[in-house]
Design a protein around this ligand. Structure first.
Ligand code: SAH
Ligand code: SF4
Length: 376
């Protein structure tokens, strides 16, 4: 991870992030320096087992080795621009990066701690209900930048006696549009030779990029969540323009094949938007789409925010929609997004900060790049 651009060291820092090297490559580097294999293993254990990321804390490495590591690799993690905690146990982090902000959200539950990570700054796919979609696309995050979100979050929760046990790719960006870096990051989050999370505890959420869904099961072991939000092409295209390129029939065929290859159950995410996608007609269409899929449905009441042309449905409409599914033996829990009082779902924290800093001249360059990036 390069130093933050405003830091005086930034220009001089050309070293790659320690997180950009896969565990094997890091060990190979030490062996190439003539260090014994057990020393390479000690460094590995600090990072991947103990989750200690500061060289000065790696007490069993000699001062000269630490110095050499400090010279060859960049050990800085991104700077936290702002941090907001809610009474529901969520902490939203806005991290500074070379071009624009990276948003990550810690979600504390009894017995587990989840992290929602971003895979891109902005997003190309322009879903009409999504704040990140409104920002446009700025750039892909590297695998190291995705893993850095995990490293920072774990450092925040360690003093509470917690460890990040689950990672969901539901922050900013479309993970499967940044395929190679996301596959690399997922494999290092869940790989036994890396951070070692259970494969079921890493979830990739996609708006439905069919070619990438078709290869995913061969490249990673992770849970797959699909943002459906409508099961009628005309309506889904209105909400999610990507549906024009990959309509529902193609998406369903890819999901059926994915299930054959991976053997795993899918999660279907369905935002409930007032007077839009949660009437009886849409419930029937959803049941039809689900036929043949092994899936549970997460119903997510839409998070309203200023400037969006949509609202959240009434509790009664939500219950009616849910009952239609449960009467047909489809598990469909209603998931209320955590962190609503500090700012809601997907990209909303970044969008809020960008609004609030827009008056500051020193931030204008960052802001302009972020909002003027072309949508595709
Ligand atoms: N691009 C991926 C992952 C990031 S979005 C995807 O679309 O799946 C993560 C989830 O947040 C998606 O299900 C998305 O539809 C949802 N989301 C976006 N804006 C939202 C809003 N205003 N209210 C509720 N959920 C929202
Ligand atoms: Fe991108 Fe997902 Fe937001 Fe759609 S919902 S604009 S795919 S981040």
């Amino acid at each position: 991870m390069p130093a933050h651009p405003s830091s005086p060291a930034a220009a001089a820092t050309a070293a790659p992030s320690f997180l950009s090297l896969a565990p094997d490559a890091l060990k190979a580097l030490l062996l190439s320096w003539g260090e014994p294999a057990f020393r390479a293993q000690q460094l590995h254990d600090w990072i991947y087992v103990k989750r200690v990321f500061s060289l000065s804390s790696m007490s069993n490495l000699s001062a000269s080795l630490r110095q050499r590591l400090a010279t060859h690799l960049d050990w800085q993690l991104p700077k936290i621009h702002s941090q907001m905690s809610g009474a529901d146990g969520s902490t939203k982090l806005l991290l500074e990066s070379e071009r624009g902000f990276i948003e990550a959200v810690i979600l504390r539950y009894d017995g587990r701690t989840s992290l929602c990570v971003s895979s891109q700054v902005g997003c190309k796919l322009a879903c009409t209900f999504c704040q990140t979609g409104k920002l446009g696309f700025v750039r892909h995050l590297s695998a190291a930048e995705i893993l850095a979100q995990f490293a920072i979050a774990d450092q925040i929760v360690q003093p509470e006696g917690r460890r990040i046990s689950h990672v969901v790719f539901m922050g900013m960006g479309e993970p499967l549009d940044n395929y190679a870096n996301v596959v690399d990051a997922v494999n290092r989050l869940s790989g036994k030779e890396a951070f070692g999370l259970s494969v079921r505890n890493v979830t990739v959420s996609t708006s439905g990029l069919v070619p990438q869904i078709r290869t995913l099961a061969h490249d990673v072991r992770a849970a797959l969540a699909v943002s459906l939000h409508a099961a009628r092409d005309e309506l889904r295209t209105e909400l999610m323009p990507i549906n024009r390129r990959y309509p529902l029939a193609e998406l369903k065929a890819a999901l059926l094949d994915y299930q054959k290859d991976s053997g795993d159950k899918l999660t279907i995410e369905y935002i409930l938007i007032k007077d839009k996608n949660c009437g009886l007609r849409e419930a029937k269409e959803l049941v039809k789409f689900l036929h043949g899929l092994r899936a549970k449905v997460n119903l997510i009441p839409f998070n309203s925010h200023p400037g969006m042309p949509f609202d959240r449905p009434s509790d009664e409409d939500i219950r009616t929609f849910q009952k239609y599914l449960s009467d047909r033996s489809i598990a469909a829990p209603v998931r209320y997004s955590k962190g609503l009082e500090v700012s809601g779902a997907c990209g909303q924290l970044a969008a809020k900060v960008i609004q609030s800093i827009s008056a500051l001249p020193q931030r204008e360059a960052v802001l302009n790049r972020q909002v003027q990036a072309p949508l595709s």
